[in-house]
Design a protein around this ligand. Structure first.
Ligand code: FAD
Length: 386
């Protein structure tokens, strides 16, 4: 029942069914790659599974930059096609972290707000799986309250000179570029005077100190920017318009299927191991998860389609991320409690490994990309002002 795209309930038609051939193609490729030992499924693979080689292979198949115009290396496919590919990669626990941020948000932001020079410089390399991006919003004293960032840029001849410190920048030490939120003007309204710049991480003045996560992997970086020169054509949008850009970017960051499929490999392995059809209590727990998953998929796909039409979906994206990450955490708890009551686990090393990965990653689910409290604040404000 829980294999994606093969749900057994009689639901109304879903737009992604139109992409059934593409789904089958991606699934076939992933099955073969798994069989050949190219990757072992893991939880949280869109953050922890970093493989430039695998990303290049996906690019070769046209699965990065899918919706972008061909002149920028894209493949002019629909948002539904992209969503289907993302779902399959995530469900398989494939190592997609290397290109994930560039494909999901930096590339689309460059396409929508970048100069023509920047688009032609970077989009083809992102689509080829050879240019990786980090997102540098958070700072030591600015996480939830992004408008308080202290990283500053001042105008110099030909562009800007950037100084500051970013924290929790995922994969900074492995990326080629970062999009950096910074202050470019002092204003009474602190949501004005912010800008987003694309920074070459090999430039003079950039220092990156890797940070270990709780699992011992080096997933983050502290990004120190010391008088880094950024040419004017690498500023996204108009200088000072950064808040609007970041808000739009966060909708891309929060609404995708990675916000509820980080733990899907664990759920799949749980079903295979415990055979819920034999145990009523397991069936009830897992059935409840699957029902929620079905709803989340529809919400996320609906947002993807409407985002492509250029709509402002800040609130809808916040809802997907809030509900999705609660679901991911619940999956871990259900797995833990079902496994605890199960005696026949000998030999189920994959299940135990996936549970361990999920347990260690779970605290981050409801923090990264905006905490639960912040997301609910966004939704509540919308209800009050309506
Ligand atoms: C795995 C992971 C990956 C990450 N990757 C990146 C990345 O690539 N790039 C990047 O820029 N950042 C990244 N982050 C950082 C993440 O975005 C921040 O941790 C998050 O925004 C919270 O900010 P903070 O840690 O400063 O916490 P704080 O903002 O200090 O919040 C602390 C607590 O106070 C609560 N709180 C704060 N303000 C309010 C309020 N107004 N109302 C109610 N409650 C409030 C929060 O919900 C939270 O529980 C990552 C974080 C994690 C865990």
């Amino acid at each position: 029942v829980i294999v994606l795209g093969r749900t057994a309930h009689a639901a109304p038609p879903m737009p992604e069914l139109e992409a059934a051939a593409l789904r089958a193609e991606v699934r076939g490729f992933l099955d073969e790659a798994r069989r050949d030992g190219v990757f072992a499924p893991r939880c949280n693979a869109w953050m922890s599974g970093f493989s430039p080689q695998f990303s290049r292979e996906l690019a070769r198949r046209g699965w990065i930059g899918m919706t972008w115009p061909a002149r920028y290396g894209g493949h002019e496919r629909s948002a539904v096609d992209r969503h289907v590919v993302c779902e399959e990669l995530l469900a398989a626990g494939a190592p997609v972290a290397a290109h994930w941020f560039a494909d999901r948000q930096s590339g689309p932001q460059i396409y929508s707000h970048g100069s023509e020079r920047l688009r032609t410089e970077l989009l083809p390399h992102i689509a080829a799986g050879t240019c990786f991006f980090s997102i540098a919003m958070s700072e030591p004293d600015s996480g939830s309250d992004l408008a308080s960032v202290r990283t500053r840029a001042r105008r110099v001849n030909g562009g800007w000179r950037l100084t500051g410190r970013k924290l929790w920048t995922s994969h900074a030490h492995r990326s080629h570029f970062a999009s950096v939120l910074c202050r470019t003007a002092e204003t009474d309204d602190r949501h004005l005077g912010l800008s987003v710049m694309v920074v070459d991480l090999s430039a003079d003045g950039v220092r990156i100190n890797p940070i270990e996560s709780i699992s011992g992997e080096r997933e983050w970086g502290e990004l120190v920017l010391d008088d880094v020169d950024v040419p004017h054509w690498r500023v996204l949008g108009d200088p000072g318009d950064g808040w609007r850009l970041v808000t739009a970017e966060l909708a891309l960051e929060r609404s995708g299927p990675e916000r509820f499929l980080s733990t899907f490999p664990l759920l799949g392995e749980l079903v295979a191991s415990l055979r819920p059809e034999l145990h009523a209590h397991c069936a009830a727990e897992i059935g409840s998860l699957v029902a929620e998953l079905s709803t989340l998929r529809r919400m996320s796909l609906g947002v993807a389609v409407r985002l492509e039409q250029g709509r402002d979906l800040t609130v809808e994206a916040a809802l997907v991320k809030d509900r999705g990450t609660q679901f991911e955490r619940r999956t871990v708890e259900v797995a833990r409690s079902l496994i605890a009551g199960e005696c026949a686990l000998a030999g189920r090393t994959d299940l135990v490994r996936l549970l361990e990965e999920a347990v260690l990653a779970a605290p981050g689910f409801t923090l990264r990309g905006g905490t639960t409290e912040i997301l609910r604040g966004i939704v509540a404000r919308q209800l009050v002002t309506k």
